[in-house]
Ligand binder design. Structure first.
Ligand code: OXD
Length: 311
């Protein structure tokens, strides 16, 4: 039996090399070169073309090569086998650092100092004390929790909002749709870590973002389509939202014509806040394949809506 490998948009060879070393009894077929679809037992994939997974009659599990599940959740023809998310601790760490970096940047007004330096202007600004500067993480899944804890560790007033209740030491939390605007009203920076699904698409629209205090900031490290771009752009243009660090977009790569590229208060990064490192990310993938081979449950299992609907 064999592995189907497709890390769409990224290199496959480093993954194939790790599997050859760690799982020598299991040949690896890099999609679309699959000599015998009946041999495929595990699909190790990222943004795999919809419909293709049905071609493998003996498929036993799908192991994702990324943290987000929106692409697989939108697969209309998903085989009923376990779907396993990739949780690489190094990625959570990088995303938490990214959020902390921009929170510090916005809080301490580093962009103003950069511009002042270009004019040789020596002028310090008073800012709120860090422990009073409220940074709210939306979406307190495994990554969101790590981000909130890092924000707290950075000395900020760390807060969070999640669909269902969550308790995190040192982090004030709200939950449920009814408390979202209260969370936003009490935020100086919002860090979006929400997954993209039917209930979060365009959740952060103009009306909801208007609940932020004037001058607040936004950091987006999960999925672009959680934000309604027209609404955010209006609020950035009129100064209600002072600035945004955006790492993910409804369309990626971000099209040349997007206004975000040209807005002086927007920092665009190319979906790099938590890039997957083969060195660390291959460990949980290999361990999960070993678990499956022993008949154990891989981790963390993701329940796609297609499976939830049919149970
Ligand atoms: C993602 C990832 O889900 O890169 O965006 O893992």
């Amino acid at each position: 039996m064999a592995i189907l490998l497709n890390n769409m948009g990224f290199e496959n060879q480093p993954w194939a090399d790790v599997f050859a070393d760690e799982l020598p009894d299991m040949p690896v077929h890099v999609w679309p070169e699959v000599p015998d679809p009946a041999q495929i037992k595990y699909a190790v994939v990222w943004k795999h073309p919809h419909g293709d997974l049905r071609r493998y009659p003996n498929l036993q599990a799908i192991l994702l090569l990324g943290a987000g599940t929106d692409h697989i959740d939108a697969e209309p023809d998903l085989p009923k086998v376990p779907v396993v998310r990739l949780l690489d601790p190094d990625v959570g760490n990088d995303m938490a650092q990214y959020a902390l970096y921009w929170a510090m940047h916005f809080h301490r007004r580093y962009e103003d100092y950069r511009q002042q330096a270009q004019r040789a202007e020596w002028q310090a600004h008073e800012v709120t004390r860090s422990k009073e500067f409220r940074v709210t993480v939306l979406g307190l899944g495994i990554i969101g929790q790590e981000v909130a804890q890092r924000i707290a560790g950075g000395g900020f007033c760390a807060q969070g909002w999640n669909r269902s209740p969550r308790q995190i030491e040192g982090v004030k939390t709200w939950h449920g749709a009814g408390e979202l605007s209260e969370a936003l009203q009490h935020s100086d920076v919002v860090v979006n870590c929400l997954p993209l699904n039917d209930s979060t698409r365009h959740l952060l629209n103009r009306q909801r973002l208007s609940a932020l205090p004037k001058g607040a900031f936004l950091i987006n490290i999960s999925r672009g389509a959680v934000i309604d771009d027209d609404g955010l752009i209006e609020l950035l243009n009129d100064g209600h939202v002072s600035g945004a660090a955006l790492d993910c977009f409804a369309q990626e790569p971000l099209p040349q014509e997007s206004p975000y590229w040209r807005m002086p208060n927007v920092y665009v990064t190319p979906h790099m806040s938590g890039s997957t490192y083969v060195k660390s990310a291959s460990r949980p993938v290999v361990e999960n394949i070993r678990r499956l081979e022993k008949g154990d449950v891989p981790q963390p299992i993701h329940l796609p809506p297609q499976h939830a609907a049919s149970t």
